[in-house]
Write a protein that binds this ligand. Structure first.
Ligand code: ADP
Length: 618
């Protein structure tokens, strides 16, 4: 029976867990994983939306009503000029215009707009990144000169599903870099400068954790508020100029909110569409809120996955049964809810790799232990059976010598025997008890051998010595059935455990005698063939058919013919013979025909070139 050694089992166990951990980590890099991470993020976002705070920004919206009242998209410049004129008396902290002003248009309107800009404090304009030809669409110089800052209007272009979760605070094309429109507005509102390091941006006493990425961006997750940013329509403001009060001390963003007029809109984690200008305002609120969602780094992610794997391995390595399953359940609950807890604490943790590493390693550890434990149970059951049958075998085999010893000793004690008879009997007692001792030794040796506990002895001897010793013991049994036992050419030498090999040969011989009729012949022959020796025992007995032949080396198997022969047997002898032969690097070969006889051959590695002995004939 093949059994995994404890070391191999442990190695297999940890190997399987390591492999499933590796699969989870590698799968965490796939596009599918990042999509799942994003979905989980949106879900958490909806579950724990940012707390409501007093807004710092307000939108002056060029909405559908404004368009119908003040003209179509060709009237932007006029609308913007009007907007700035209306805002001027309210003194907003900053005015950000989310309309690209890169082209020259109607000179009169441009003059008016420029004049309005001139009168606007802390004006921020946008530069638009033309992705196709990788250049900035900057505002015309005449406008730019009145701007206190120029920011970009890019959204989340890395998003796979069109949802804007983060915005690059910094954008570079060649040598020109622009901060985000909202960041410029925030800087001016605070009246500070931006100090940058690799890991963050410092604005006054506020530090923004936006590390520079490989692409030269610094992305920041936008904490979209559930409450909309306050809005005033330009049409409304022009009709009621007193509404301008609402802009006082606030950061005003002027932009198009009409979805029919402008494609500038983004999708938020809430699943809503939001005009671009409102997204800038949302980013400004995020900056004002000074509470940021930080992404945990790759190393933390890896460490967490490893920790999950180690915990799963320990749980199923050290515990078993329900304590193991219960602890695994806690681990899974921890891994499933962990990212939510971290999210509440302001950390965004990739959901997929956390879940995948926990579930995969737990599943691997649990199923490995389940199957190994099941196999161990099966093994111990077979082991128990084997043990029982072994006891049966021992008691059966020992009965003969014990009966002889018992009978002789009784006779010696009870009768007055002649000195010669006494000597004969004590000689027999001595021999039978030696045989008993040898049998016990052989049995124990074979048990230890098949358990892998015993090293084979490596002595050298000739096959002849072994065969002759066996013949001497078998002949008296053969004589009882008038079976002639002939030893033909017995050649060659062997290396190994002489006792065990003798046991094997003896077993083949006694089987041959047991399963042969009277007046038949048994032939023993040993001839070298290449580097092997073929030691055969041929009989003219009951034989076996092909189906029976396939099973005779199984422990406790006996053919019907053997049962019918009335010969005692346990069906264990041949399995021991095969075990012994295999431990000596050899194999068994059997040919047989029902009613005609069988030939059992031990094919063993030859070692000694023994001189050719004379044929022994009996
Ligand atoms: P046992 O002889 O105690 O039954 P073995 O393991 O030695 O057990 O043999 C297993 C079975 O193989 C025997 O019961 C018998 O059916 C068959 N067998 C073994 N040797 C011979 C043989 N020489 N001729 C016919 N059948 C044999």
């Amino acid at each position: 029976m093949k059994r995994l050694s404890p070391n191999k089992r442990t190695l297999g166990y940890y190997g399987i867990i390591a492999a499933s951990l590796a699969v989870a980590i590698v799968a965490g890099w796939t596009a599918l994983a990042s999509q799942i991470n994003d979905y989980a993020y949106d879900w958490m976002f909806r579950l724990f939306p940012p707390a409501a705070t007093k807004p710092h920004s307000i939108i002056l919206a060029i909405d559908d009503a404004t368009f119908s009242a003040m003209g179509g998209v060709r009237e932007y410049r006029r609308m913007l000029a009007k907007a700035l004129e209306l805002l001027a008396p309210a003194h907003p902290k900053v005015v950000g215009i989310d309309v690209v002003l890169a082209d020259k248009e109607d000179a009169v309107e441009d003059d008016r707009l420029e004049r309005a800009m001139q009168g606007t404090k802390n004006l921020v304009l946008v530069a638009h990144l033309k992705q196709a030809d990788r250049r900035w669409e900057d505002p015309l110089d005449r406008f730019a000169r009145w701007a206190a800052g120029i920011g970009h209007d890019a959204a989340d272009e890395n998003s796979h599903d069109g949802v804007t979760r983060q915005i690059p605070l910094e954008k570079r094309i060649g040598k020109t870099r622009h901060w985000a429109l909202a960041l410029e507005a925030f800087r001016l509102a605070r009246g500070v400068t931006i100090l940058e390091s690799e890991d963050d941006l410092q604005l006054g006493n506020e530090s923004i954790p936006a590390a520079r990425t490989a692409e030269g961006n610094r992305t920041l997750r936008v904490l979209f508020r559930q409450q909309p940013i306050p809005q005033v329509s330009l049409k409304e403001l022009s009709e009621k100029p007193e509404l301008a009060d609402r802009f006082t001390g606030q950061v005003a963003f002027v932009g198009v909110t009409s979805f029919s007029a402008s494609p500038d809109r983004v999708k938020t984690p809430y699943g809503l569409m939001m005009p671009g200008v409102e997204t800038h305002a949302q980013l400004l609120e995020t900056l004002e809120g000074a509470k940021f969602l930080k992404s945990t780094g790759n190393l933390t992610e890896l460490a967490f996955c490893l920790l999950t794997g180690v915990l799963a391995a320990l749980i199923f390595g050290l515990l078993s049964g329900w304590p193991a399953y219960l602890s695994a359940l806690f681990l899974l609950i921890g891994a499933t809810t962990g990212p939510f807890v971290l999210f509440r604490m302001g950390f965004v943790f990739p959901y997929f790799s956390t879940l995948a590493s926990a579930w995969l390693t737990v599943a691997a550890a649990a199923s490995y232990q389940h199957f190994v434990v099941r196999r161990a149970l099966r093994n111990s059951e077979t082991e128990r059976k084997r043990y029982q049958q072994a006891i049966h075998f021992v008691t059966h085999e020992m009965r003969t010598p014990l009966t002889a010893i018992q009978g002789s000793s009784e006779m010696m004690g009870r009768y007055n025997l002649s000195e010669e008879k006494r000597k004969q009997m004590s000689e027999m007692i001595n021999q039978e008890s030696k045989r008993l001792a040898r049998m016990i030794q052989t049995f124990l040796d074979v048990e230890r051998l098949s358990d892998g506990q015993m090293e084979l002895k490596r002595e050298q001897f000739t096959v002849r010595e072994v065969v002759e010793a066996c013949l001497a013991r078998v002949r008296p049994i053969g004589d009882r059935k008038s079976i002639r036992i002939r030893a033909e050419a017995i050649e060659g030498g062997l290396a190994g455990d002489r006792e065990l090999l003798e046991y094997a040969v003896y077993n083949l011989l006694t089987n041959a005698v047991k399963y042969s009729g009277p007046e038949t012949e048994i032939t023993v022959v040993c001839i070298p063939q290449g580097d092997r020796l073929r030691l055969s025992v041929q009989d003219q007995g009951v034989g076996m058919d092909a189906k029976e032949l396939r099973q005779i080396f199984q422990k406790f198997y006996r053919t019907k013919r053997a049962e019918a022969s009335g010969e005692a047997g346990t069906g264990i002898g041949l399995s021991i013979v095969e075990e012994i032969v295999q431990h000596h690097g050899g194999r068994m070969e059997v040919t047989s025909e029902p009613g005609k006889g069988s030939c059992f051959t031990m094919v063993l590695p030859a070692v000694l070139r023994a001189s050719r002995p004379p044929t022994v004939s009996v």
